[in-house]
Design a protein around this ligand. Structure first.
Ligand code: MRU
Length: 356
């Protein structure tokens, strides 16, 4: 997708040096576009843990590339043991998005068929690069299926503006390219459909305010930022035609984990008869988990709730926003039950949560 009219992906292997992974450092957005270098599996781990890269498909790809980097640093005398340990460590970088396990395991299983370290390195690289292309293709296909829903709403409204509410960032930054929830929106824009996006700010890390709003402006999509609690009011006023969000893990029964606050939007959508769609690649489905209650919900540092990061002129500032001495809880995700989900959009098409 576009940054200042130039095409980017959110992560790539350097074309000059195939031992160097590069990614957009999302912690610096929207104020500056900074590229970080990942040279070791530790760099990949830290980029995931510290949220320089974030979003389920991107975390998965970073994990896969991280294991490739591990094959380059593994000592010859205990190569296999080292890789096994690094795979475990990488998978522990963040707990909720199942894509991390998926990406690391893909590379791990691919290289376990090879005997020689050099061959393992080559196969790890090829597998991680293939995963990148697969995720891009999945996002593109999600866009094609999802845009049909937007088209239907647009014709029902006789071409009047379709208002879509989204939460967090499920755009190209989170997904290498196109996005999951954002992919149908980008395609609708290309097709000339009149659309407008309500962007939840997504406290505490403000992925909506900082990332989704940034993506949408660079791609010329009309959007309005709202405080997280505003969606219910907009729905009651008839100002939302559909809710479209991403997901970090979907259980076998169709329950979907997504950024905290998503569940409340689903409840409000149900109460107002507004369709609530979840867009995700099949790499976000966890067939080993029966119900959403078994999905691990990440708890992060309380500082993210107690403080706010921003810019004052060119300076990065972090300010206290709560009563000194008050403690905070920071559950980063919540689970939307399948019964509140109108449809799930994957690269294979649109289905009901009970059909996945
Ligand atoms: O904590 P994050 O920013 O990594 O959260 C993950 C997400 O980006 C969202 O939950 C998103 O809506 C699903 S991932 C495309």
């Amino acid at each position: 997708m576009l940054i200042n009219k130039r095409q980017y992906r959110s992560i790539w292997l350097s074309s000059d040096d195939d031992r160097l992974v590069q990614a957009i450092d999302q912690r610096e957005l929207p104020w500056q576009t900074v590229i970080i270098d990942l040279k070791t599996s530790d760099d990949a781990f830290n980029a995931i843990r510290n949220m320089a890269v974030r979003g389920a498909p991107l975390i998965g790809v970073t994990g896969a590339l991280g294991l490739y980097l591990a094959t380059l640093e593994a000592p010859g005398n205990w190569f296999d043991k080292y890789i096994a340990v690094r795979a475990i460590v990488l998978k522990e970088a963040r707990p909720t998005a199942v894509n991390l396990r998926y990406g690391v395991d893909r590379v791990y299983h691919a290289i376990s068929k090879e005997a020689l370290p050099y061959n393992k390195q080559q196969v790890a690289k090829a597998e991680a690069l293939q995963l990148i292309e697969e995720e891009v293709a999945r996002s593109e296909a999600i866009g094609r299926h999802g845009v049909e829903i937007i088209k239907t709403i647009s014709s029902r409204k006789r071409g009047a503006c379709v208002n879509i509410l989204t939460h967090c960032n499920a755009g190209w930054l989170a997904c290498i390219d196109y996005g999951t929830a954002m992919a149908p929106i980008y395609l609708a824009k290309q097709l000339g459909i009149d659309i407008h996006v309500w962007v939840d700010e997504t406290r505490p890390r403000n992925q909506g305010a900082r990332l989704t709003a940034w993506e949408l402006s660079h791609n010329n999509i009309p959007h309005t930022l709202i405080a997280d609690n505003t969606g219910g009011h907009l729905m009651q006023q008839g100002l939302v035609d559909m809710v479209l969000v991403g997901s970090d893990r979907v259980a076998r029964n169709g329950d979907a984990a997504n950024k905290t606050g998503t569940y409340l939007k689903a409840l409000a959508a149900k109460d107002n008869n507004i369709p609530f769609y979840v867009a995700l690649p099949t790499s976000t489905m966890d067939n080993t988990i029966e119900e959403g209650s078994a999905i691990p919900v990440e708890e992060r540092e309380q500082e993210e709730v107690l403080k706010m990061e921003g810019r004052l002129g060119k300076k990065r500032v972090v300010v206290d926003i709560a009563n000194p001495g008050t403690t905070a809880a920071n559950f980063a995700f919540d689970i939307t039950p399948a019964r509140l989900i109108t449809g799930i959009i994957t690269e294979n098409g649109l289905c009901l949560p009970e059909d996945i």
